[in-house]
Design a protein around this ligand. Sequence first.
Ligand SMILES: Cc1cc2nc3c(=O)[nH]c(=O)nc-3n(C[C@H](O)[C@H](O)[C@H](O)COP(=O)(O)OP(=O)(O)OC[C@H]3O[C@@H](n4cnc5c(N)ncnc54)[C@H](O)[C@@H]3O)c2cc1C
Length: 407
Amino acid sequence: MRSINDQSCDLLVVGGGLVGLALARAAAHAGLDVLIVDREAPKQAVSNVFDGRVSSIARGSANMLNHLGVWDLIREDAQPIKEIRVTDDGSPFFLHYASRDVGNGPMGYILENRILRRALQAAVEQDPRIAWRTQIEVEEIECGIYGVCAQLSDGSTANSPLVAAADGRDSVLRTKAGINVINRSYGQVGIVCTVAHSLPHGAIAHERFLSAGPFAILPMTGNRSSLVWTERPEVASTILKLGTSDFLGELAWRFGDFLGQLKVVSPRWQYPLELTMAERLIAGRLALVGDAAHAIHPIAGQGLNLGLRDAAALAEVVSNAYQLGMDIGEATVLENYGRWRRFDGLAMAAVTDSLNRLFSNDIVPLREIRSIGLATVNKLPILKAIFQRHAMGVLGHLPKLLQDSAI
Ligand SMILES: Cc1cc2nc3c(=O)[nH]c(=O)nc-3n(C[C@H](O)[C@H](O)[C@H](O)COP(=O)(O)OP(=O)(O)OC[C@H]3O[C@@H](n4cnc5c(N)ncnc54)[C@H](O)[C@@H]3O)c2cc1C
């Protein structure tokens, strides 16, 4: 790691969450000197009480983590996904994805966020091109002709030709740059917890559509699964207050008995679900990545994957300009990034939003439409393979970091 007194860098990354850390590593990999500023303490961010979520890591994202030298640190904790079963409550129709339908290897992996965060932190810490300053926020930011000057909360300043805002859904940098957002609450809360079960899960992920919203059962290493259980806020707050056996009872009738006896082995977490879409991905010498650009419904487990694609694309665009000796913060460079990433973000937001609207209800005509939809997609191998490859993050104009890598 470089000295923390060095306040000049090629790229200032504000926000050292999963996306910010990956971006810093990708940019450093391309030869840029990077400064990350984050308001959290690193130990706090990997503690058991910080984030109870797991993430589905699509194949493309796993390729990226491998290229960045992070995969070896998480390999043993990453549970491969071999099948995905999608069912609609009470409907005989279903959708079934199998990894064997699209070639060798798993469709993706399930990994605890805190384990991925710990691995990214370790990779960043040992990278000589990255300085990482924690428990610090950006107070003011001034964009000049040749670069940006950020006033930090410890009284120091950081200078850089380009700033990446990776500061999450409520991005302060986005607001300071005057970028408006479309923001809508889904009126849903994601209850998250880990269960141990007596039978093996067989590397199968389940997405069940219940009337309150999706109920996802995500296989973890060992006989464990993580749940993302969507409920209306008032129901969620009652469920979260239940004692251990009543909570397990509520969980068990939704989960079923196909994995044998269940035991909740983690705290219970709650995440209010909202859509937040920035109207633009760029401003003067500023690029938005990850949830700062688009925070979407977790129904398809794609938010982090989308953010990692932003990080890989920004690193690629910037590194190409850097190799040519260009100013990496100039408008034409940022426009390349904005054009490249706009469609993916909008498409993913639209798909997740529509799926949630279509499935999170008990309206009879809609139930019939979605049953037909599930059955139709399941019977059309080409359409099914397109959906599958898209979910795996290996479709479309991919940044080089997401392309094949021997994992
Ligand atoms: C219930 C649930 C389940 C999900 N499951 C999946 C899944 O299976 N697969 C998937 O791909 N995605 C999933 N997601 C989405 C995914 O978790 C997010 O998209 C991802 O974590 C966003 O990462 P980020 O780094 O962009 O933002 P964040 O994780 O919000 O990180 C922002 C960082 O910025 C820092 N910060 C904030 N403000 C400031 C400031 N002013 N100054 C300095 N630092 C600042 C914070 O400390 C933090 O470290 C899920 C989301 C939810 C809610």
